[in-house]
Structures are given as structure tokens and as C-alpha cells.
Design a binder for this molecule. Structure first.
Ligand code: FNR
Length: 414
């Protein structure tokens, strides 16, 4: 099965380049200015984002030579084992799909294409609350063999009934873990979107946040407040003209509920623990103190993430914070990582610094823009294949062996 990832040995042409640093400029060519501004855009002057990327170059992988490889039962050499257990589930690679909202603005096939590709490659799909496809429709195409987790933008306490409805729908549709994003209770200061006057949730041409439009408790709330129903003819046609249609009004209302402008408190987590019976993961942790609070709150995991530099400017690189957080809480819960993963070597470095697995964000969305389902598959396979070869060539038989000794800090060398 590993031959799938040895693309270099086959002569089949890929849908687009294997050079991971080219995916972004290629995606820019095919996306509209506003979609490009949304996906690439960052908070402020983009310094957090730049630090996320440059942090990886500060660590280098140290290869080990003459290491015995794994063997099958006939004594034939095997490639390294990239599997890992995260949140009690076995993953084929230390990789999951980061939650990215409104994917239909990158490609009409949207979340359906990504969720199919994820199931095919064997990578968990994390569905965003800001998705342009419903919880149930994504589950259907992700299917029996797909692993899926649900990311929640957590409605304010006065809308606990909607929170419960979202969690129940996710549970019923086979999403096994709940990822609660803590860093986006209000959208960041994003000059590119403001320059374009663009909010993808309220865009006139496209359906924005389908999960809200299909939620029965939200729909009842909307009807009570506005005195009329969300019009499903408009929904099916994707008409979302803000202020002109029921759907536009619903998008505004939904945005208000999930981005209410004030954060939850650590005490509020008890409510989620009482109402969700699987693992809970807090996404967006960037300090040791908050990681310790997460342990005290009794959750099963955290994602060390700064939302790809999209929420606030001038922050530390997410990779820089990772080893400090792992040192404090790595023995108490699963530490996942995102913000800046662009190639296989990046994944190996994050694992060496203590991440159980990483979330791939923008790269797969570029793949979606460039080639729909095949594009996402290509990006995932390329990144996982690159990781496999890096591990194998560096003499690491399995991920358990990849620890802090697998990398060095460049600045310590000179
Ligand atoms: C995101 N991210 C995100 N996170 C989340 O919890 N819910 C969401 O709906 C979204 N939506 C979203 C849209 C777009 C266009 C981007 C680029 C990102 C953040 C995402 O899950 C992840 O943290 C970042 O993408 C990681 O940064 P890089 O590696 O993509 O730069």
C-alpha cells in the first residue's frame, strides 16, 4: 500500500505539481481576488503568519545512517510506519484535515470533495461550523471508512439549545471528537477582507454557513425572532443576498450567534463535558498557562494553533510555543499542532517537538481550488509521501522513535 506514496517511482502525471511551494501561487491564479484574499489573508501586517512559516527553518532534521529498517514476515524491508494513535483512534498518518469554513468559495464541490479525498487517503476530516455543506451531507460522503471530527464555533451561553443541537447532529452522524475553537469568538482584524469588503458568510453569490441554515433549533429561533421561515428554495439555489433574502438575514443572525464578540470562560467547559460523551479538544492554545487550564478542565486534547496567523498580529510562531507546551502538559493530554505546516519535513519536525499529529490547513484548500477532490487527494498524498520518505531516509522506523533528538536548532550550530 505504501507504493501509493512513492509517486516518484511511477510515471503517471499528477493533476498539478508535486512541488509543495508552488501550490499557493498556482491557487492564486485560479481564485477570485476575494476568495484569494480570504484564504491567504491574515491578521494585521501578517507577522504572526510569517513567523509560523519561518520557524520551521530554525530546526533541522538530523538523519541517522545504517539503521535497520522494518521487515515483513518474509524478511523483506518495509518503509517506516507512519501510524499513530490520537484521541484513542488509530491514524494512518500523523495528519488530519484542519477545519476550514465555506469551502465552496474555493471550488463548487466544496466540503464534499475534501471529505471524500480525506476518506480515500485515510486522514481524519475535521468539519467546520462555518461549513458550506451540512453536517449530515459531509458525513454521508465521508462514509463508513472515513474518520471525522467536528469543530465547533461555540454559540454564546444564551444559545445553549443550539450548541446542544449541533453536538447531537454531529454525534448522530459519526463525528467522534469535538474540537472547540477558542481563538475566533470574533473575527480578527483582516485587512485583505476589509479591503475587498468581503465576508464569505454573507456573500451574495454563494451559500455561506449551511450548518446554520439546516439546524432545526436555529431555524426555530430565527422564525420566532423574524416572524418568517428560512426559505429553502433560496437555500437550494444558493441565493444569499444580505438583507434582501431570508437567507441573507439568516446568515447575519447565524454569524451573530457563533461570533458573538465575547469569549466563553473556563467554567463554561463543564457544560460541554456534560453534553458531549466523546473526547473534547481545545483548538487555539498558545500559552503554557492555558494548556495547564485545559488539563484542569479535564479535556482530552489541545491544538497548539494560532489559526494560521489570521486572528491576531504580532504573536509568537505556533511552532515556537509547541515544545514549551508539550513540556508542561504532554503527559496529560494529546497535543496536536497546526499553523505553518507546508510539507512532509514540517510534519516530522512538529512530531519531533512533541505533537501527536498535525492539522494541514491552507495547502489542501489550495489543492481544492486547483483540482477539486483529486486536487485535495494529490496534496494529502504528496505531503504524507514526503513525510514517509523523510522518516525512512533519516532512519526512523516508526513515529514513536521521532523525538527531540531527531532535530537540531540551526542557531546552536554556529
Ligand atoms: C481557517 N481556520 C479555521 N479554524 C477553525 O477552527 N474553524 C474554521 O472554520 C476555520 N476556517 C478557516 C478558513 C481559512 C480560509 C483558513 C486559512 C483557516 C484555521 C485552520 O483550522 C488552521 O488553524 C489554520 O489553517 C492553520 O494555519 P495554516 O497552516 O493553514 O497557515
Amino acid at each position: 500500500e505504501q507504493s501509493v506514496f512513492q509517486a516518484g517511482l511511477h510515471s503517471a502525471r499528477p493533476p498539478f505539481t508535486f512541488q509543495s511551494d508552488k501550490w499557493e501561487p498556482l491557487a492564486k491564479e485560479v481564485l477570485s481576488a476575494s476568495s484569494w484574499g480570504y484564504i491567504h489573508g491574515n491578521a494585521g501586517a501578517g507577522s504572526t503568519y510569517q513567523k509560523n512559516l519561518s520557524a520551521f527553518a530554525r530546526y533541522s532534521i538530523v538523519p541517522r545512517r545504517n539503521m535497520p529498517s522494518r521487515q515483513d514476515k518474509n524478511g523483506n524491508p518495509l518503509f517506516s510506519d507512519t501510524s499513530v494513535t490520537v484521541l484513542g483512534e488509530k491514524l494512518r498518518f500523523p495528519v488530519a484535515i484542519a477545519p476550514i469554513g465555506v469551502q465552496k468559495i474555493f471550488n463548487e464541490a466544496g466540503e464534499v470533495a475534501t471529505a471524500k479525498a480525506a476518506a480515500d487517503v485515510g486522514v481524519p476530516y475535521i468539519l467546520s461550523t462555518a461549513s458550506s455543506t451540512s453536517i449530515e451531507d459531509v458525513a454521508k460522503v465521508n462514509g463508513e471508512r472515513g474518520q471525522r471530527w467536528y469543530q465547533m464555533y461555540w454559540p454564546s451561553n444564551e444559545h445553549n439549545d443550539i450548541t446542544i443541537s449541533l453536538m447531537n447532529r454531529a454525534k448522530k452522524s459519526g463525528y467522534t471528537a469535538l474540537f472547540v475553537t477558542l481563538d475566533t469568538f470574533v473575527l480578527g482584524w483582516r485587512p485583505s477582507d476589509m479591503d475587498n469588503g468581503y465576508n464569505p458568510f454573507l456573500h451574495p453569490d454563494r451559500i455561506g454557513v449551511e450548518i446554520g441554515f439546516t439546524d432545526p433549533v436555529f431555524r426555530a429561533h430565527f422564525k420566532e425572532k423574524h416572524g418568517y421561515e428560512i426559505d429553502d428554495t433560496e437555500r437550494n439555489q444558493g441565493v444569499c443576498a444580505t438583507g434582501l433574502t431570508s437567507l441573507g438575514e439568516a446568515a447575519k443572525e447565524w454569524t451573530k450567534i457563533v461570533f458573538p464578540g465575547h469569549p466563553h470562560t473556563w467554567e463554561d467547559l463543564a457544560f460541554l463535558r456534560q453534553n458531549w460523551d466523546g473526547p473534547i479538544v481545545l483548538k487555539g492554545i498558545q500559552s503554557v498557562a492555558d494548556a495547564q487550564r485545559a488539563v484542569e478542565a479535564g479535556v482530552q486534547g489541545i491544538v497548539v494553533s494560532n489559526h494560521g496567523g489570521r486572528q491576531h498580529d504580532g504573536g509568537a510562531s505556533s511552532l515556537g510555543m509547541l515544545p514549551h507546551i508539550v513540556k508542561a502538559v504532554g503527559g496529560d493530554l494529546d497535543v496536536l499542532f497546526d499553523s505553518g505546516i507546508r510539507c512532509g519535513a514540517d510534519i516530522m519536525k512538529a512530531v519531533a517537538l512533541g505533537a501527536k499529529c498535525v492539522l494541514v490547513g491552507r495547502p489542501y484548500a489550495y489543492g481544492l481550488a486547483l483540482g477539486g477532490e483529486d486536487g485535495v487527494k494529490h496534496v494529502l498524498r504528496a505531503m504524507c509521501g514526503d513525510l514517509l520518505m523523510n522518516m525512512h531516509l533519516a532512519g526512523y522506523r516508526d513515529l514513536g522513535e521521532v523525538n527531540r533528538d531527531a532535530i537540531i536548532k540551526e542557531e546552536d550550530l554556529f
